[in-house]
Design a protein around this ligand. Sequence first.
Ligand code: 4AD
Ligand code: MG
Length: 462
Amino acid sequence: MKRTRIVELLNSSNLGETVCAKGWVRTRRGNKNIAFIALNDGSTINNIQIVVDLSCFDEEFLKPVTTGACIGVTGLLVESQGQGQNTEIQAQEIEVYGAADPSVYPLQKKGHSLEFLREIAYLRPRTNTFGAIFRLRHHLAFAIHEYFNKQGFYYFHTPLITGSDAEGAGSMFQVTTLDMNHPPKTAEGKIDYSQDFFGHATNLTVSGQLEGELGAMALGGVYTFGPTFRAENSNTPRHLAEFWMIEPEVAFYEIDDNMDLAEDFLKYLIRYALENCRDDLEFLCKMYDNELIDRLNFVINNDFVRLTYTEGVEILEKSGQSFEFPVYWGADLQSEHERYLVEKHFKRPVILTDYPKEIKSFYMKQNEDGKTVRGMDVLFPKIGEIIGGSQREESYEKLMKRIDELNMSTECLWWYLDTRKFGTAPHSGFGLGFERLILFVTGMANIRDVIPFPRTPNNAEF
Ligand code: 4AD
Ligand code: MG
């Protein structure tokens, strides 16, 4: 018989119908005469209750039906006697697909710590918590495509293997097929990358922006949505070595248009989650973060504060707060500074603009003052920076001057610089860290808990 997803069975009004459900046993309880099996198939946080009249089943046959086992059940869909669910199934036939020996299956009880579950990341999708998080992740990914599609932006696929360092931060993973033990050498004794697969040195991308800009200069508005890689050794609850980023890039956008887009985009996504993932959000709110749903509603219902970096630093200097990292004009803001502005001072999301050029990337549009660039960071409660972006420098001369100041090589960037020679235009864009968004929307505290298989220093086993 064809299987129906549990989410549909729980909302069905076809009582008395024979149905088939398949899933994993969350719990089994009962007595000598009757067993109650809570079954989950990942389609919803809620389980369907299977009622088993033990006089109709062989005891030995039902023995493997324990927590974690996979079964298929055919039976009558009836109104539930229990509280908190509409329907349940009176089992007529049970098929056991796979047992999960209770003496070794790690997910026996409820309420395992998140740290423990991280160690068994290959099984944690089967818990309520991670089911909720990964469903939310899916819905938000879908909402991102929906948003841009409605706005007339094109999904532009940028390469993962690249010869350039978009952020100039130098924390890249190298990609090579050379024999690491015996690499070919040049006359000067350096590794000879001309013999490597691509004929030159390559890395995994840290951002699709530079290629995204090429797309924007032809298609008008584009966005990327893909994995990015950073080999920075920052063991924090907000950094991954492999994370997903969404990077819209738009021709003719100035910095204010960019800020409007970022604010509208974030609000759209949060509203989407509230409207489409209610059960999962309510579960996370109850279990991990009582203020979660209020916080999400607050963000969609209030304007973000917009101010310059210089104004932000003045507020921090006058705050009388003692920070771990000192604040002064020119300092790169740390998460503690960002969160002070958002959580203590303004009590709402903040967009900071016009940063000192020294702490931002080479491609940002230079302001008249010669000191600041038209960068923008969106700062969120509990997260700090969720979006980083800017208006781009469209003048070839100014961009080259900055590249020279920074002693950057143009060898790998000639194609990017050509956009400024051929039909250059004002344009802007930003990058939203997908996992930081999921952190905010789920209320989780550690970024390792919002991606199925986190990649962090010393951790890439499964
Ligand atoms: O501020 P970032 O480095 O900006 C860029 O990469 C630009 N090229 C974006 C653009 O203008 N198109 O990164 C953008 C966002 C950050 O605000 C943060 O949310 C996220 O990416 N991010 C990380 N998320 C998880 N782990 C890391 N190691 C991250 N580094 C950045
Ligand atoms: Mg940034």
